[in-house]
Design a protein around this ligand. Structure first.
Ligand code: SF4
Ligand code: SF4
Length: 428
């Protein structure tokens, strides 16, 4: 039996259920004041100032359009996606309007943290915590979008059963519907804050102002896993994230050491099982944060062709068994619960077959290299050069017309309503 370093006490999985106590073995504790993510604050400041973040919906627009074209070849998914976009767009518009809504009562001045948390859990949110809105994690194109200084960080569970069938149409359906359900619940929560006399802006996941995991960690909801998702105690990475900002009188939470930062280096199941070999075994320092960095160029080609992939979610033991069971098992045996079993690690890829523990699919060399790179204008220019080269150096009227049309579209994307197209903000 390993020595237990500390116990984490969290609310039960569902509203009204008793607290759970999670034992964290001493050898998995993160030292110093790095309870959430080991961070070099000076580096985070410097990168935010000198190299501000930008959404990959802009910086990697070309591959996104390419991926959407491939996805649309799946007839069933094309219809499902169309339906989701239609339903979701109303929710996006409704959440945007919350930025302007005035409170419906006079503020009492009292701290409403408990009222917010209680209501969030009643509405079905799995986890809720509060921290300062951190502009260092804001995309350059989203500056000024958020109005308020406090961030209510929320996580909504994605259903268990369909998630275990990843990659599948059922899993894609539940992925999209969870985004819609949590947006509707967040609008309800904003109503409560308005009725307490304060402003509340719901930031829809499709409108994410940046990669919000760092704030969710600061608010104590979980820690970042080797898969790049936030892992929370009850559902691991099987949830969708959202944020409400407010000027209400609230109390901040603290980051929590769930042992995940160190546990992922022992576990490595998602790293071993990723069909694209897109996850890093070792952690590196990236923009002031120590993490297992995702190779985007190896992930998106798999996501685009295999129903959004998500195998790194499906095979995570914390997702499947919950952190309490995983930590208790590790403390008792020194082993990762479920590691090496078909139940946890097995998956099927359409047209490729079944892959059990230790087995990975092989892909042709152009599987990865055929994906376009860069933003829409960079890609337009690359294609222009390729076509001119193929025409023996002659720039024909047809090539020019094509280039012009693509550049016009690219310029419209960089100045126009980019946020409306941010449907994949969880991807980053
Ligand atoms: S989504 Fe698929 S390809 Fe991308 S990191 Fe996860 S397992 Fe790998
Ligand atoms: S599968 Fe293992 S290594 Fe990957 S995120 Fe989950 S716990 Fe961490």
């Amino acid at each position: 039996m390993l020595k237990i370093g500390h116990e984490v006490i969290r609310p039960g999985k569902r509203y009204g259920e008793p607290n759970v106590s999670i034992p964290i073995p001493e050898e998995l504790e993160t030292q110093g004041d790095n309870a959430g993510i080991p961070t070099n604050q000076r580096e985070v400041d410097w990168y935010a100032r000198e190299y501000p973040l930008e959404t990959m919906n802009i910086t990697e627009r070309a591959s996104r359009d390419w991926a959407n074209t491939l996805r649309d070849q799946h007839v069933e998914m094309r219809e499902i996606r169309k339906e989701h976009d239609k339903l979701n767009s109303n929710l996006i518009m409704a959440t945007r309007q919350t930025a302007e809504l005035e409170p419906s009562a006079q503020p009492s001045g009292k701290d409403i943290t408990e009222a917010i948390k209680d209501k969030a859990r009643e509405l079905g949110f799995l986890e809720v915590g509060i921290t300062q809105y951190d502009t260092r994690y804001e995309y350059a194109s989203k500056r000024g979008f958020n109005r308020y200084q406090h961030a209510i960080c929320l996580a909504y569970e994605q259903d268990f059963e369909p998630t275990q069938t990843i990659p599948s149409v059922d899993a894609e359906i539940v992925h999209s519907s969870t985004y819609r359900t949590q947006a509707a619940a967040a609008l309800e929560l904003a109503n409560l804050i308005h009725s307490e006399g304060y402003h509340a802006q719901v930031i829809h996941s499709s409108d994410a102002t940046g990669p919000i995991i760092a704030m969710h960690v600061a608010a104590g909801l979980g820690q970042m896993g080797a898969c790049g998702y936030l892992l929370t105690p009850h559902a691991g990475n099987r949830q969708r994230l959202l944020m409400i900002t407010t000027d209400a009188n609230v109390t901040y939470d603290e980051p929590v050491d769930y042992g995940i930062h160190a546990f992922c280096q022992v576990c490595q199941v998602c790293v071993n099982r990723c069909p694209g070999r897109a996850l890093m075994r070792d952690k590196i320092w990236w923009r002031g944060i120590e993490k297992n960095k995702l190779y985007f160029k190896r992930c998106r080609p798999v996501m685009a062709r295999y129903l959004g992939c998500g195998i790194c979610m499906k095979v995570c033991p914390v997702q499947k068994y919950g952190l309490k069971n995983v930590m208790e098992h590790y403390a008792a045996t020194g082993q990762v619960l479920g590691k090496g079993t078909h139940d946890l690690e097995g998956y099927e890829l359409e047209g490729k077959g079944y892959f059990g523990p230790g087995e990975l699919p092989q892909f042709e060399s152009d599987f990865f290299s055929s994906m376009p790179h860069g933003d829409a204008s960079e890609w337009a220019f690359d294609q222009f050069k390729e076509k001119a080269k193929a025409a023996g150096g002659e720039i024909t009227d047809e090539i020019m017309e094509d280039f012009k049309a693509q550049m016009e579209r690219a310029l419209a994307l960089s100045t126009d309503n980019v946020a409306m197209m941010d449907q994949d903000s969880d991807y980053i």
